[in-house]
Design a binder for this molecule. Structure first.
Ligand code: NAP
Length: 319
């Protein structure tokens, strides 16, 4: 099989496409022929060595979709030929094949392409955990998706809209603004517009939003606290540095700042999230947006793209 291999932490160029031995599934394991791999910002942080230590060499990637090629002993309910999407793997998804524990596989509905399947796990689990397990979002509330044009943002817009929230989403480009509107945002604002926070106040008649999903807290957390309604909640999903806030902005609103890492979600919570996603993926309410596809060998270009402005849904690698 072929796989992207990282031998030393560093810039995108440390990812090289190599020929490596194809693993054989042991008990409870499954070999998947990967048709598409999802690229997440965290893959780039890990590759750079900014996300804890890790045994090297390794193959990046936790998201992917493909077809089951072989199953090991005691594997239940998964057959060769099944279409699946991956929530993690043993060997990494930036490859033509990935060895998985059977618990890491989920059925890929036939209405979704493999590229869309590769855009499910990290983005949709993150958005669903933030909305429903952290912020306890409910119908009728106002939500600001602060960074709505990327993988997590588009997932959050689709989910919140289908649950009856009123969604304001931001993007930093015209294309991104069109995308968030198309995915269901009731209002789209440009986070590069110096006046966009006042527009949130106008839209909510000065009340503020009940919830904020924050993709860039180091830039926005201080501003978020001023955009909240009384008893509002912010969920910090992404941050790339420190930030200064005025605690009085939180005190005057009885506001709550929550933060999350998907890595911390206990297995039972994760199963509950997949169950929630399954319904929406089947009925078409949830449809990952594939913005850019790169061949597997261009993983370095994909990592440059995932950290650049102008997000448009998911970036996908095609082996
Ligand atoms: P992505 O696809 O690259 O999208 C990034 C988003 O951030 C885009 O919508 C981008 O908008 C937006 N953005 C850029 N500048 C912004 C600003 N000043 N204010 C608000 N938003 C801004 O990344 P993703 O996969 O959606 O992930 C988003 C963030 O969450 C990343 O930092 C990622 O590492 C993190 N994350 C965390 C978890 C967790 O468990 N906590 C899980 C998944 C992701 P434009 O490009 O249109 O400007």
């Amino acid at each position: 099989m072929k796989a992207i291999v990282v031998k030393e932490f560093g810039g995108p160029e440390v990812m090289k496409l190599e020929e490596v031995p194809t693993p054989r599934p042991g008990a409870g394991q499954v070999l998947v022929s990967i048709k598409a791999a999802g690229v997440n910002p965290v893959d780039a942080y890990i590759r750079a060595g900014n996300y804890g230590d890790r045994l090297r060499p390794f193959t990046p990637g936790s998201d992917g979709a493909g077809v089951v090629e072989a199953v090991g002993a005691s594997v239940r309910q998964i057959l060769s030929g099944d279409r699946v999407y991956l929530d993690g793997s043993v060997t990494g998804t930036y490859a033509t094949h990935a060895l998985c524990e059977q618990t890491q596989l989920h059925p890929l509905p036939t209405n979704l392409t493999f590229a869309q399947g590769a855009g499910v796990s990290v983005p949709y689990l993150t958005a669903a955990r933030a909305l429903f397990q952290k912020a306890m979002a409910s119908a009728g509330e106002w939500l600001l998706v602060h960074g709505g044009s990327g993988g997590v943002g588009t997932a959050a817009i689709q989910m919140a809209k289908s649950e009856g929230l009123t969604v304001i989403a931001t993007a930093g480009s015209e294309k991104g603004l069109e995308l968030v509107r198309r995915e269901g945002a009731h209002y789209a604002l440009n986070h590069k517009d110096p006046d966009y926070l006042n527009k949130i106040s106008d839209l909510t008649q000065g009340r503020g939003v009940d919830l904020i999903l924050e993709m860039l807290a180091n830039v926005n957390l201080g501003k978020d606290l001023t955009a909240l309604a009384k008893n509002g909640r912010v969920v910090v999903i992404g941050s790339r540095g420190p930030v200064e806030i005025n605690p009085r902005d939180a005190m005057s609103r009885d506001a709550v700042v929550l933060a999350m890492s998907l890595f911390n979600a206990p297995p039972a919570d994760r199963i509950a999230l997949h169950t929630r996603l399954a319904r929406g993926l089947m009925d078409g309410t949830l449809k990952p947006v594939v913005g850019k596809e790169f061949p597997l060998a261009d993983a370095p270009k994909a990592h440059e793209a995932v950290l650049s402005p102008g997000a448009f849904g998911k970036i996908i690698l095609i082996p």
